[in-house]
Design a protein around this ligand. Structure first.
Ligand code: SIN
Length: 287
């Protein structure tokens, strides 16, 4: 197994390993250590089946079903399919997923540990995924602001993404998703349970306001944090090749899937998602 760093902000390419095969524990341990250190691992040329994708992923934890139930796709509950291909003759509802910076499941009280995204079809150019290192975002803030953020929480609401006109989902399904996923309150800074490092935890896609403040009062600080956390020097941009498997740590990253390609060409990805540990609380539960 060989490792090559991909950027200052994170990312490492790992070659010389076939993820479709049974791997000895020592190799899995090395992969996990590399993942914690580099945050995004890229495994090229992994031409495996969906079953092999699921089997490889399970070795890093339990797999969750997507919280937006009717977005799932495929017959495998563990697979979240992201495609711009029509489904049953209708426009795909996942074709516009991830167009704003976010950390997966930040609008739930169990944000995932990580995700493993496999590229099955790709346009001629573009279709990239960007990652932002949220350790760096936190560590580059002044100590006074770090102190302030330690006492703040953010309200995340999946509905915000749709309210802004993103996504291509029917009104009925949006309402269903919103009902099943009420706004949650999350800490603005979280400590990574495995590395012990602090990471900023804000997501432009779903971050509505600072808990206890109005949207107007919250906006200047939130807008600053959204901008700051995705500064180019904190990012790694992944240029996909077909059959890349990209494995990222959701606890210290945000990501974005820009619409940087010809939408008449197919972009088809399959994702497994590692179940996280409880974090945050539902806002309505407070009364
Ligand atoms: C996502 O997981 O948000 C989508 C990433 C991608 O399609 O590149």
């Amino acid at each position: 197994m060989r490792l090559r760093k991909l950027s200052y902000a994170g990312g490492a390419e790992i070659t010389g390993v076939d993820l479709g095969k049974d791997l000895p524990q020592v190799v899995l341990d090395d992969i996990r250590s590399a993942w914690l250190e580099h945050l995004v691992l890229v495994f090229p040329e992994q031409e495996f089946t969906i079953e092999q994708h699921i089997r490889f992923s399970r070795q890093f934890g339990e797999l969750e079903e997507h919280p937006l139930k009717n977005l799932q796709g495929t017959n495998y509950p563990e697979i979240f399919e992201i495609t711009n291909e029509p489904v049953d003759g209708k426009p795909s509802e996942t074709g516009e997923i991830g167009r704003q910076w976010h950390s997966d499941g930040a609008y739930t009280t169990r944000p995932p540990t990580g995700s493993l995204l496999h590229c099955r079809a790709l346009p001629d150019v573009g279709g990239n995924t960007w990652f932002a290192n949220m350790y760096m975002a936190y560590e580059t803030l002044s100590p006074k602001l770090q102190e302030l953020l330690a006492g703040l929480e953010v309200v995340n609401d999946v509905n915000l993404y749709y309210r802004r006109g993103n996504g291509s989902r029917s009104q009925g399904k949006v309402e269903e998703d919103s009902k099943a996923n009420p706004p949650v309150i999350q800490p603005m800074v979280r400590t990574h349970p495995e590395t012990g490092r602090k990471a900023l935890f804000v997501s432009e896609a779903v971050g509505v306001r600072i808990h206890g403040m109005t949207e107007e009062e919250s906006a200047p600080l939130l807008q600053f944090l959204f901008r700051h956390s995705t500064r180019p020097e904190f990012t790694y941009r992944h240029y996909w090749r077909r059959f890349d498997l990209v494995f990222w740590d959701n606890r210290c990253l945000q990501h974005l899937a820009p619409k940087d390609f010809d939408f008449s060409q197919v972009r088809h990805m399959c994702r497994t998602t590692l179940t996280g540990t409880p974090c945050g609380r539902v806002e309505a539960a407070l009364g």
